[in-house]
Design a protein around this ligand. Structure first.
Ligand SMILES: Cc1cc2nc3c(=O)[nH]c(=O)nc-3n(C[C@H](O)[C@H](O)[C@H](O)COP(=O)(O)OP(=O)(O)OC[C@H]3O[C@@H](n4cnc5c(N)ncnc54)[C@H](O)[C@@H]3O)c2cc1C
Length: 123
């Protein structure tokens, strides 16, 4: 964590002019401030302000293998009438933010439910 804080500062100070212009604009609000210098201060800062970026996914992954919870129609393996339609069905986390892919999964799941209901009504 301390290395990251130091590397981050070093990167900004060595970056090209446009990044440095942004850095100088942001200097008054950038954190940790210049008062945070020693390893202990950086570690205290990281402990106080550090957090994760929550993109919880993949706990009920879709797939055919033994670890998969749902199939490719989002139905729980081995159970009738139960689907999982949320970020948990992603087999691996997306390479960027998860909200839009989750909405896509929801749209797709809703379409599958409607299609199956229509097929049952038509039968
Ligand atoms: C702090 C934070 C910031 C984020 N920022 C971004 C971002 O900037 N961009 C981005 O793309 N993604 C972001 N995400 C991720 C995104 O919000 C999630 O990937 C997405 O919301 C996942 O959708 P979901 O339907 O799987 O779960 P959720 O959105 O968590 O929906 C689950 C729902 O189920 C409900 N629920 C839970 N238990 C029960 C129960 N027992 N009975 C009934 N209802 C229940 C909950 O109240 C909730 O409404 C962020 C997530 C967090 C936590």
């Amino acid at each position: 964590m301390i290395s990251f804080c130091r590397a981050n500062r070093s990167l900004v100070s060595r970056s090209n002019r446009s990044v440095q212009r942004c850095a100088s604009v942001a200097a008054s609000i950038s954190l940790p401030g210049s008062d945070v210098q020693s390893d202990d201060e950086l570690l205290d800062y990281a402990r106080q302000y550090g957090s994760t970026v929550f993109h919880a996914t993949c706990t009920c992954k879709m797939g055919p293998d033994a670890m998969a919870v749902v199939d490719d129609r989002l139905c729980v393996h081995g159970l009738e009438g139960l689907r999982v339609i949320d970020a948990s069905v992603m087999p691996t986390v997306t390479s960027t933010n998860t909200n839009a892919p989750t909405i896509m999964i929801a749209e797709k799941g809703a379409t599958m439910i409607l299609d199956e209901a229509r097929q049952k009504l038509a039968a």
